[in-house]
Ligand binder design. Sequence first.
Ligand SMILES: [Zn+2]
Length: 94
Amino acid sequence: MSSYSYLDGNAAAGELSRIFNIDITAAEGQCASCGAKRRFAEAHLYMQCPGLVARCAVCGDVLLRLANADQRMFLDVRGMTYLSLDTSGIQESV
Ligand SMILES: [Zn+2]
């Protein structure tokens, strides 16, 4: 495990809300490495890079990477088998 300090997944809410019109921190994801199913808010978040990295709270492998470059945002979610989102609170736009 890294000795860098980390925040919890809630710290990613601001940045991720620029992409997802939904509260991703309440979503549940499965780690592609160890199979742990956890709420995204429980992930360990590292923000000292140009963007952010979320790591599995169980095995420490990367779940999600987000980087900003020029006018683009790069989102790498291959560390998750799936991300399950609660859509019950979403207002349908007409
Ligand atoms: Zn894991």
